[in-house]
Design a protein around this ligand. Structure first.
Ligand code: GLC
Length: 425
């Protein structure tokens, strides 16, 4: 069942993550309430300032689609507890405060653009009066944490939590992906985190399976589900659970902050993003690239530019990404391989001078072309015995296919050579 559920996901390979909430107003990272230890009674005043007047879900969906993403995930509620949907569980929500059911707008827009629908939901809730002060809570350094927790009842919070998940699972039509966040039981500075039992994670997962059986659920309930979600790093090997390969998705920001961070200009280059995408697919994973819309709800020009550049690359190279996955061949250094059917895609991170030696492909290549312009790439298999004498010591091994590349690197984020493979002889 999991494999079927994941079919569209492993085909899409690339998604857009959208972090939007009250934290977009201070614009100092979505953990600003934690970092600056802002009391919930003070932080909630941002709700009076919440004005998503430029939030255009259709425009965001179009940006995602044009970037080559096959799905997109919106934060319905982040750790701050502010809900972007029409919830009956609390007035701390976008309908009550701004007259907008942004989750409704989101799901409608994605479906209209033919994208798969993802929702992020934070299990943490720093606003709820029964959510116990723990290692991540903004009041973790309060003089009397025990006193704060004395009247808090996590059983009441679990009722609230389950009611909210149920609203999302029943009120917005078929969902394709629910990204829960996050479960970290470990103690820090004498305060516990939250364990799966704090959420009754098994019951939440069972609810998801009952109400949305085709929907993908991630691993952040703290119990195994459909995929693993490494965050803000790129895995260096395929991911396995109990020795079996698992689906995974690396979630990444463009500048280290998930929420809009006005003064953080430390952006990843589009080339780096494309390398992360190709590198993820080469190891059997997906990339979920984040954008944090401004307080008014629009994607900032700087972020739109990055997604636009990735889209420009995907426009010519999506065959090497969508529906592609790892290959059994071992690439040389400075190169990653993705494979789709009889096509092997050579993503050249370090452009060589004239020749690129691909070991282990002897007798397997029928044709080679640069993907960006479709131009033929000539290649040869030269057994070492026929190599020039000064290329034999520690030169290419038998079975190496040598591509003759233009000295000038193609002007694309990552040049890709598409090899059409012939059957092993
Ligand atoms: C971490 C952060 C959270 C962010 C999430 C994205 O859990 O706490 O702010 O939304 O990663 O995966």
């Amino acid at each position: 069942m999991t494999k079927d559920r994941l079919a569209w996901f492993t085909d899409a390979r690339f998604g857009m993550f959208v972090h939007y909430g009250l934290y977009s107003i201070p614009a100092r990272h979505e953990w600003v309430q934690n970092y600056e230890e802002i009391d919930p009674s003070v932080y909630e005043r941002y709700a009076e300032r919440f004005d998503p007047d430029l939030f255009d879900a259709r425009a965001i969906a179009r940006t995602a689609k044009e970037s080559g993403a096959g799905y997109a995930v919106l934060t319905s509620k982040h750790h701050e507890g502010f809900c972007l949907w029409d919830t009956a569980t609390t007035d701390f929500n976008a309908v009550a405060l701004a007259g907008r059911d942004l989750v409704r707008e989101w799901v409608d827009a994605l479906r209209a653009e033919g994208l798969k629908v993802g929702i992020y939901f934070s299990l943490l809730d720093w606003h709820h009066p029964d959510y116990t002060v723990d290692r991540h809570h903004p009041q973790r350094n309060h003089a009397d944490v025990a006193g704060l927790n004395a009247d808090r009842d996590m059983a009441r919070y679990r009722e609230y939590l389950h009611a909210q998940v149920r609203e999302l699972l029943t009120g917005y039509g078929p969902l394709d992906y629910l990204f829960f966040d996050f479960t970290e039981p470990a103690e820090e500075n004498g305060l516990p985190g939250k364990a799966p039992s704090d959420w009754d994670a098994e019951a939440i997962l069972a609810m998801c399976r009952e109400l949305q059986p085709d929907m993908i659920v991630n691993d952040r309930l703290g119990i195994p589900a459909d995929l693993v979600t490494p965050e803000q790093y790129q895995p260096v090997r395929p991911l396995k659970r109990d020795g079996e390969l698992v689906a995974w998705e690396a979630c990444q920001t463009v500048n280290g902050s998930w929420g809009y961070h006005r003064d953080n200009l430390d952006f990843k280059s589009p080339d780096m993003v494309v390398r992360m995408l190709a590198g993820s697919v080469a190891l059997g994973g997906n990339l979920l690239l984040n954008v944090g819309p401004t307080a008014r709800g629009e994607i900032a020009p700087r972020d739109r530019e990055i997604f636009g550049e990735v889209g420009e690359w995907m426009r010519r190279h999506d065959g090497a990404i969508r529906g592609a996955g790892p290959s059994d061949f071992t690439p040389p250094s400075g190169v990653v391989y993705t494979r789709r059917g009889d096509r092997l895609y050579v993503h050249v991170f370090d452009w060589p001078f004239g020749l690129l030696h691909l070991p282990g492909l002897g007798g397997r290549v029928a044709f080679a072309r640069l993907l960006n312009d479709g131009s033929e790439i000539l290649f040869r298999e030269v057994p070492p015995s026929q190599e020039a004498f000064n290329m034999i010591p520690a030169g290419p091994e038998p079975g190496t296919v040598t591509l003759s590349l233009p000295v000038q690197r193609p002007a694309v984020a990552v040049p890709v050579i598409e090899l059409t493979l012939s059957e092993a002889s």
